[in-house]
Write a protein that binds this ligand. Structure first.
Ligand SMILES: [Zn+2]
Length: 375
């Protein structure tokens, strides 16, 4: 079996290394990876031989993570869940609000090699505590709009719209998040969970391009009925609302996901909702969540699209991974028959399972540089 160090040394000296290109297109295609005289890694025509075991595609993107390190209880250092795990671009999902976002931008982002973009929490202080929109005085739409306009890193507005978080505020935080987002022409990411507010009322407020995260949560009152969307979810999907996994500590039900996927409802984006309390399990990293969706029946090429092209579209951060044949950014991974050392799989409700195939990041290629995963 390939180990990470042999992959990286093979890539360093790449001389027609056979690879399978998985870029989210219709099907994986075999190719060769070669290093040019000037030192650039380039893709070339496949050579005869068996199917390559090394996969390569655009650098991975995690649309929902928590990386406001040092300022909230839940934030992780960006590189720990970024390039070390094959993830080139993280979107921090509402750890900061308008009153705290400068701390994230000025003091955390410069410490990271991994690129970070931001969903700004509609609660002004973000996730300093976890009832961030339970009082009307915690929300300031005007200052939120001003923060979005001042900081190009902010690409959307985050709102958590479930019972324990909104308290007596009902749909008000979502309505105010939409007001700020529409004024800035950016999407809303809404966390769905337990009622109130009722899930149908939340979904009916979302527009095309808005994102419902925790789409496969296993809590009471979810948007699926034995794999079929409830009417409000059907309407939302028809309007162009996007489904995001956002696994988290409490928001991924294996049977909910498997049933929906069996009926043809695949998530648009796969994300972790990784934070301090789930990084040692059940989330671990983006590859582990990708493995779970593969296990639920999502084809590998769709899994890759859901962590590359699709989240870049949501964040309005398109970036071709190949430029004049050379590789600008890529994640190199294997699909193994055995689990990574020490890895066990369970969903957010404690259901344990053993996938037949495991996606394992081996290296990131960024600006021509190789970064070994795990370093
Ligand atoms: Zn989250």
């Amino acid at each position: 079996m390939l180990d990470a160090s042999s992959v990286v040394s093979d890539l360093r000296h790449a001389d027609a290394l056979p690879v399978m290109v998985v870029d989210g297109g219709p099907a994986p295609t075999p190719a060769t990876l070669t290093r040019t005289g000037s030192g650039r890694l380039v893709l070339g025509a496949a050579r005869p031989g068996g199917p390559p075991s090394l996969h390569i595609g655009p650098g991975w993107v995690d649309l929902h993570a928590h990386v406001f390190d040092g300022s909230t209880e839940i934030g992780l250092p960006p590189d720990a869940v970024g390039l070390r795990t094959g993830v080139h671009l993280l979107a921090d999902a509402g750890t900061a609000g308008e009153a705290s976002v400068r701390g994230l931008i000025d003091y955390v982002l410069p410490t990271a090699r991994t690129e970070v973009l931001i969903w700004l929490n509609i609660g002004s202080h973000g996730l300093v505590h976890l009832r961030e929109v339970s009082d009307r005085s915690f929300i300031d739409v005007g200052r939120t709009i001003a923060a979005v306009r001042a900081h190009p890193e902010i690409r959307g507005v985050k709102v958590r719209s479930s019972g324990l978080i909104v308290g007596g505020m009902g749909l008000t935080p979502l309505v105010l998040a939409k007001e700020a987002a529409r004024a800035c022409d950016i999407p809303v990411m809404v966390h769905i969970g337990e009622a109130p507010p009722a899930i149908g009322d939340v979904l009916d407020l979302l527009d095309a391009g808005d994102v419902a995260t925790h789409c496969f949560h296993g809590k009471e009152g979810g948007p699926w009925n034995d794999g079929e969307p409830i009417p409000a979810l059907s309407r939302a999907l028809e309007r162009g609302v996007l489904l995001d996994v956002g696994h988290g500590a409490a928001s991924f039900g294996l049977s909910v996901a498997a049933r929906a996927i069996a009926r043809g409802y695949r998530p648009h984006t796969i994300s972790t909702d990784v934070h301090v309390r789930n990084v040692r399990g059940p989330v671990h990293d983006l590859a582990t969540v990708m493995t779970k969706l593969l296990h639920c029946g999502m084809p590998l090429t769709d899994v890759v699209r859901a962590v590359t092209v699709a989240p870049r579209d949501v964040l309005r951060a398109p970036r071709p991974w190949l430029f004049e044949g050379g590789i600008e950014h890529a994640t190199v991974f294997t699909v193994d028959a055995t689990a990574p050392a020490g890895r066990s799989y369970r969903d957010a409700d404690g259901v344990r399972f053993s996938p037949a195939a495991h996606i394992v990041p081996r290296a990131a290629i960024s600006g021509g540089r190789l970064i070994r995963c795990g370093d």
